[in-house]
Design a protein around this ligand. Sequence first.
Ligand code: TGC
Ligand code: FAD
Length: 387
Amino acid sequence: MSADFYRFDAMLTLEERQVRDAVREFVEREVRPVIGACWREGRFPIELVPRMAELGLFGPTLPERYGGLDLGAIPYGLMMLELERGDSGLRSFASVQGALAMYAIYRYGSEEQRQRWLPAMARGERIGCFGLTEPDAGSDPGAMRTRARRDGDAYVLDGAKRWITNGSIADVAVVWARDDEGEVAGFLVERGTPGFSAPEIETKASMRASVTSELVLEGVRVPADQRLPGARGLGAPLSCLTQARYGIAWGALGAAIACYEEALAYTKERLSFGRPIAAAQLTQERLVDMLARIVRGQLLVHRLGQLKDAGQMTYPQVSLAKRENARAALEVARMARELLGGNGISTEYGAFRHMANLETVDTYEGTYEIHTLIVGREITGEGAFGR
Ligand code: TGC
Ligand code: FAD
């Protein structure tokens, strides 16, 4: 029995199933066999990037003239789900490349900036990152300290970003900073620009098959035409987060489904006290709890996708879905790890790796608490963030 308990499949169109199947097959054939070792070694499998590009995983909802596939929200979500069935780190790569860096350039960039970066990024020939979080400004990005001072025909950037996915391997960093007027603005900072470096964070016990970095900006001179002309104010980077959070709400379910399927198969095979552990009532309760979270999550993101395509999706709706599905997936992974007993802590199985990754998924792109407060503000009209 797969995780498709409510015939979710039947809600999908033929095109949606084809897109999903292509990514599923890639993950089965090319990701699953190597990902446990990559994770153990703390290595992002960068050799998979060209194949991911071929599958259209980078910016697939963007128009074809920029290298996208003009895909709708549901097939995009299915892509993220299947990718994260393999590993959250791979989905993170695609989210940052497509929904954060490419989306920022698409939505706020000049035509020249779009032409220069988007098709090459869609082909996976150029890698992007998105620098919003700082050492002292994570949940509250409005408290950012990075500054962009105008100096003739350039801006001079000073500051630091932290926890930046793809940072050390990126050709271009979308960096958010306050300008002389105190407005949040976006800048395209290219690798190799003097004063700019991106040291990798090597201490992660989560997302080990993903590159995460600091961005150091010390007097970095960026030509004025590398400012994103359409981005003014904090709403610009936050609107990019809405795109990525949407994909994460789908993606997290992929990790949950991988954990559920692994635990179900394992408990049917594994004997204890002379019978499969799947025959124990307590095991069945766990399995049903896992399945229930997955089914709820599937229905939630499918409806969210419909709203997105209809142009009716609001960012608090996205917050609710990210909050629920990231937390549900983490709970599913924890239950799977437990059901696998000692094997549950081994990277020969997926449960622990997914569980550790999902600790990040629950935190990044807005923590559980921040999404609670976003939805809380929406329904009460009262902001409770503290500022
Ligand atoms: P606030 O007054 O609420 O908002 C300022 C302006 O922005 C608008 N806005 C949004 N627009 C689109 N989408 C959203 N999600 C938006 N959230 C807010 C808002 O309407 C307002 O517009 P306007 O026209 O009225 O000016 O700003 P605030 O400073 O009070 O902040 C609110 C808060 C806490 C919700 C926001 O700061 C927040 O979302 N914090 C969480 C930060 C976060 O999620 N960081 C993620 C960094 S990127 C990342 O983690 C990548 S990991 C990716 C991967 O590897 O997959
Ligand atoms: P804090 O903001 O310091 O929060 C700490 C705790 O306090 C949390 O539990 C939080 O919920 C709670 N808290 C904070 N404020 C409140 C409040 N008002 N009420 C109640 N509780 C509160 N960022 C990027 O910009 N780009 C990236 O590519 C990126 N990739 C990432 C990859 C990884 C592996 C990780 C771990 C993070 C990444 N991030 C990235 C950063 C991520 O978005 C932040 O870690 C996240 O937004 C939380 O910020 P923080 O770590 O500073 O935690």
